[in-house]
Design a protein around this ligand. Structure first.
Ligand code: S3P
Length: 430
């Protein structure tokens, strides 16, 4: 990735057209990983074109998994439980999902592997995944206690009952994937409901997984079979355009193949409550995931306070919510979102710094931000810090600013949404 890649975003009058979304990043990672340990072939369409999901595929190849890819269509030959010892470190790139969830799979293999990442990933906390996997029987060491590289010596794992101290779906999936390959039953309890793609994907591949309240159970030793699936469009990528639509009265967007999983769609409720008009038609279920077509009409956004379970549910969407907050009537307050500080960048500091560069007033707090509404912003130089969601969030803020905005490190959008800037240009009305 080129940190010096810059894009200029000009103000717009509205947004109109059909938004074609990349495949969901969270689902793509999980389908690829489960396909690898399934007993036959998997065919995936609309696989997320972002670099994070490419990192997952490259790691799987290094573990002896054969796959073929043409654009967003990926065919994966499952190897069953046993993978091959990698000859070099597994490069997870920028992807927290890859390193954490793949840890759950390599922890059950009878060999040692090393998982490495780029500069940003090498700063991110891994104790959350090391602790449960070590309890299951893997030997894991990390630099300075919990940062990548992770050295994992896997082998025979035993199921555990685990109370997750942090609400994180990556860790829940890692433990469930390890549990699938372990002996006995694994139980994971989450403090707040997080995205359930891991559970749904396991079921789609033929495993039995049960849930009661916030507790999920899986029995070890179940065999997976391959699937044919179309990955739903990423609602976290749609978030940028939904928020942008809310900035202009006469925006009109149609969003086909939108992921509507209730653990991910809180964003739609909150934007509707703020005044965006959204209707969803043609709802259907694909491999347990709800998908629909959204029709969106712009409106004035009032404001919102996002706390508790909502902050966890909206964790990937909070940067763009905060970036459009000055244009809302009453502003936006975000609390209980300390996790934002340990994402691809410290997203609270990144949002605060860049909003101030555009002339906004705000209050930065340890666990969130308070951004007053009805402010006028001006174009500025934005530092994305190499973080895809920061680059995209400020491209949206730029649409209502006075003058042009330069997004530094714009190429980071390729992590989850490589066609983001082209898509924005094609939908923006000027
Ligand atoms: C993800 C979970 C979230 C999210 C990330 C993807 C997943 O991370 O921020 O982009 O696919 O499970 P945490 O598990 O760290 O909350």
């Amino acid at each position: 990735m080129n940190p010096d890649s810059n894009v200029v975003v000009r103000p717009a009058r509205g947004l109109a057209g059909r938004l074609l979304l990349p495949g969901d990043k969270s689902i793509s990672h999980r389908y690829a990983m489960l396909a690898a340990v399934a007993h036959d072939q998997t065919h995936l369409e609309n696989y997320c074109p972002g670099m994070d999901c490419a990192s997952t595929l490259h790691c799987l190849r290094a573990l002896g998994v054969e796959w073929k890819r043409q654009d967003d269509v990926v065919d994966i030959h499952g190897r069953g439980k046993l993978l091959e010892a990698p000859k070099a470190p597994l490069d997870c790139g920028n992807s927290g999902s890859t390193i954490r969830m793949l840890s759950g799979i390599v922890a059950a293999q009878d060999f040692s592997s090393e998982l490495v990442g780029d500069e940003s990933l090498s700063r991110r906390p891994m104790a959350r995944v090391i602790t449960p996997l070590a309890r299951m029987g893997a030997r894991i060491s990390a630099s300075s206690g919990e940062r990548p590289p992770l050295r994992i010596t896997g082998g025979h794992l035993k199921g555990i009952a685990y109370d997750m101290p942090v609400a994180t779906a990556q860790v829940k999936s890692a433990v469930l994937f390890a549990g699938l390959l372990a002996e006995g039953e694994t139980v994971v309890r989450e403090p707040l409901r997080t995205r359930d793609h891991g559970e749904l994907a396991l079921r789609a591949f033929g495993a039995e997984v049960s849930r009661r309240g916030n507790e999920v159970r899986i029995a070890g030793g179940q065999k997976l079979h391959g699937i044919e699936a179309q990955v739903p469009g990423d609602i976290s990528s749609a978030a940028f355009f939904l928020c942008a639509a809310g900035l202009f009265q006469d925006s009109r967007l149609t969003i086909p193949n939108l992921l509507m999983n209730p653990t991910r769609s809180r964003l739609l409720d909150i934007l509707s409550a703020m005044g965006l008009r959204i209707s969803v038609v043609e709802l259907e279920e694909k491999h347990g995931e709800l998908v629909g077509t959204a029709q969106v009409e712009g409106g004035k956004l009032t404001g919102a306070t996002i706390t508790g379970a909502d902050s966890a549910a909206l964790i990937d969407e909070l940067p763009v919510f905060a970036a459009i907050a000055p244009y809302t009537e009453q502003g936006i307050e975000i609390r209980d979102a300390r996790e934002l500080r340990v994402k691809e960048s410290d997203r609270i500091a990144a949002v605060a710094g860049n909003l101030r560069a555009m002339g906004a007033q705000l209050e930065e707090r340890e666990d969130g931000l308070r951004v007053p509404g009805s402010q006028k912003l001006h174009g500025a130089e934005i530092d994305s810090l190499g973080d895809h969601r920061i680059a995209m969030a400020f491209a949206i803020a730029a649409l209502r600013a006075e003058g042009e905005t330069l997004i530094r490190g714009a190429e980071s959008a390729t992590i989850s949404f490589p066609r983001f800037f082209d898509t924005l240009e094609s939908l923006a009305q000027r």
